[in-house]
Design a protein around this ligand. Structure first.
Ligand SMILES: Cc1cc2nc3c(=O)[nH]c(=O)nc-3n(C[C@H](O)[C@H](O)[C@H](O)COP(=O)(O)OP(=O)(O)OC[C@H]3O[C@@H](n4cnc5c(N)ncnc54)[C@H](O)[C@@H]3O)c2cc1C
Length: 270
């Protein structure tokens, strides 16, 4: 089966076509889509591209950060205002993948991928959809991302974390660019040295990156020391049923999650 490529001036036009054609796929950097084409995947027959400049823009106004869905991991790494995301962007693949892989594509990456999406989830990001500029919480997009019609994400908006509040850790068996067996992102804002409004997200612990409310609640009002985080570490896998795959079993993921959560929470702020 041949695959056609259609290019549009705006993401909204591509979204319009996508909403009426279940055999079409929007393409970001193509690290997944082109692999599927090369492997003869027959689940789609056309690829939609958009030249929309908004897709490639990064806008920083005060603490408000808007990142176009077509911005690549390499572009994040080259942007000084996005230093808090550098560790997450650098954890995605090797240099060739990071040059192509986009923010938007990472939101739709299948398990066990989605390392940047995990970081964005812990930052309480919202997405702007190309169709009608609708806003949606990233958590809602991730929950419904398999639903038809597929949306086109135009950009991701977030509030820059407090200095030293954001932490990210990807655990893999192959260094430096192995696939995640567990990714943890934590935003730990503090007021009077007590945690206020913690956001914790796991990657590779469910079909999509997920928030971990049990840990967030256990951290509320606590100090970031061994005694203060004890309840949170004990609750590390409450409500979480990780999948078993070629990287790790569900049992193993649950065993190691508290260990890595504890290390992340006690890590010196950078
Ligand atoms: C060798 C290799 C190593 C990898 N390593 C990692 C890794 O370590 N960590 C990790 O997280 N991922 C990894 N990936 C997966 C993938 O490269 C990344 O997740 C990447 O961010 C996907 O982005 P993309 O732009 O290439 O997506 P594409 O291939 O263009 O698209 C992927 C999916 O996202 C959808 N999509 C893309 N952009 C949008 C948009 N703006 N709106 C709506 N839907 C959209 C597409 O329709 C498709 O379903 C790896 C992939 C490969 C091939």
């Amino acid at each position: 089966m041949s695959v056609s490529v259609k290019t549009f001036d705006t993401a909204a036009e591509a979204a319009q076509v996508l909403s009426n054609d279940r055999a079409a796929r929007f393409m970001g950097g193509g690290t997944w889509i082109m692999r599927a084409v090369n492997e003869g995947n027959q689940s789609f027959s056309s690829v939609l591209l958009a030249r929309d400049p908004v897709l490639r823009q990064v806008q920083v106004q005060g603490d408000r950060v808007v990142i176009g869905a077509g911005v690549t991991m390499a572009q994040i790494l080259g942007h000084g205002e996005l230093a808090f995301l550098h560790r997450a962007a650098k954890s995605v693949g090797g240099p060739a993948i990071r040059n192509m892989a986009t923010v938007g594509g990472n939101l739709f990456a299948w398990h066990p991928y989605g390392d940047l999406a995990t970081a964005l989830l812990a930052l309480d990001a919202t997405v702007t959809l190309a169709s009608g500029n609708q806003q949606q919480a990233l958590a809602d997009l991730l929950r419904d991302r398999e639903r038809e019609p597929r949306p086109v994400v135009l950009s991701v908006t977030l509030t820059r974390p407090q200095q030293g509040a954001f932490r990210f850790r990807k655990v893999s068996r192959v260094k430096p660019k192995g696939i995640s067996l567990l990714t943890i992102a934590a935003n730990l804002p503090q007021a009077s040295e007590r945690i206020s409004g913690a956001r914790i997200a796991y990657g590779s612990m469910a079909d999509t990156p997920v928030r971990v409310p049990a840990v967030e609640q256990a951290l509320e009002g606590k100090t970031l020391d061994e005694a203060g985080i004890a309840q949170a570490v004990a609750a590390a896998t409450n409500g979480i049923e990780p999948p078993t795959d070629a990287i790790a079993s569900s049992w193993y993921r649950k065993e190691v999650a508290p260990v890595h959560l504890k290390r992340l929470l006690l890590e010196a702020a950078s």
